[in-house]
Write a protein that binds this ligand. Structure first.
Ligand SMILES: [Zn+2]
Length: 244
């Protein structure tokens, strides 16, 4: 919403910039040159927004001819997108719930995250829900409930062997051994087909296996196989969590 408002402000400024023989143009020029930086005027507010996006000073813009509208529009869109993209990625990197979600390979103007790539029907949306909740840390495990409230116990209610974390559900809970084995076999077959030597790393470590299931873009050694795996491997096939 903030970005949309700023885009509208830049668009309005461009209209002023394009019309140097108007009173509005002259007034904005005077305000930008003389007004105090804590002024509440539209022009000074615009000046602050220009600084926020690290753009050229609007006053110096008005002292030369404007660029083509399409060039200005694309330039502004790129700057606004880059700013908010960085802000959101910084927030995601410091958010403990986003530990499995690799946001660095995706932008606000690029393709969707692969976890959304096979969602076409209403049924697909239902199937994707548990995966997306686990991927974004939005699924409340007994461990996270215990950490947040200090009440109850973090132990998994199904297998009673260890704390119920997302990693436990995906990689360790004995309740899901059968379905985990089926999926592991499916992955191994795919990786052998493309001669991936490092495939064993995925199965040697619970944390890596969890990461692989939830977001296989996370590990750089897996990147070369993503383009081969994604079209073949429906991520919804990982949804083996009947209790979710
Ligand atoms: Zn368990």
């Amino acid at each position: 919403m903030e970005a949309k408002i700023h885009r509208d402000m830049f668009s309005l400024f461009y209209s002023v910039w394009q019309n140097p023989n108007t009173k509005v143009h002259q007034m904005i020029k005077i305000i930008l040159a003389e007004a105090n930086s804590n002024s509440c005027t539209w022009a000074v507010n615009l000046d602050h927004i220009y600084k926020m996006y690290n753009l050229e000073n609007p006053l110096s813009c008005l002292q030369r001819d404007p660029p083509e509208k399409s060039i200005f529009k694309e330039y502004i869109l790129t700057k606004i997108t880059a700013f908010h993209e960085k802000e959101m990625k910084d927030l995601a990197s410091s958010n403990s719930k986003m530990s499995y979600f690799n946001v660095n390979l995706f932008g606000l103007r690029g393709k969707n995250h692969p976890s959304l790539s096979n969602i076409i029907s209403i049924e697909d949306v239902k199937k994707a829900r548990p995966h997306l909740k686990l991927l974004t840390g939005d699924y409340f495990t007994y461990e996270s409930k215990f950490i947040q409230t200090g009440k109850g116990t973090p132990t998994c209610k199904i297998c009673q062997t260890e704390s119920e974390s997302i990693c436990h559900i995906v990689a360790n809970c004995t309740e899901y051994n059968q379905v985990r084995s089926r999926i592991s076999t499916e992955i191994k077959v795919l990786c052998i087909k493309i001669n991936l030597q490092e495939i064993n790393k995925i199965f040697e470590n619970s944390s890596i296996f969890t990461q692989f299931v939830l977001d296989l873009d996370f590990y750089s050694f897996l990147l070369p196989i993503c383009c081969v795996l994604y079209p073949t491997l429906n991520l919804n096939s990982f949804l083996f969590f009947p209790t979710l």
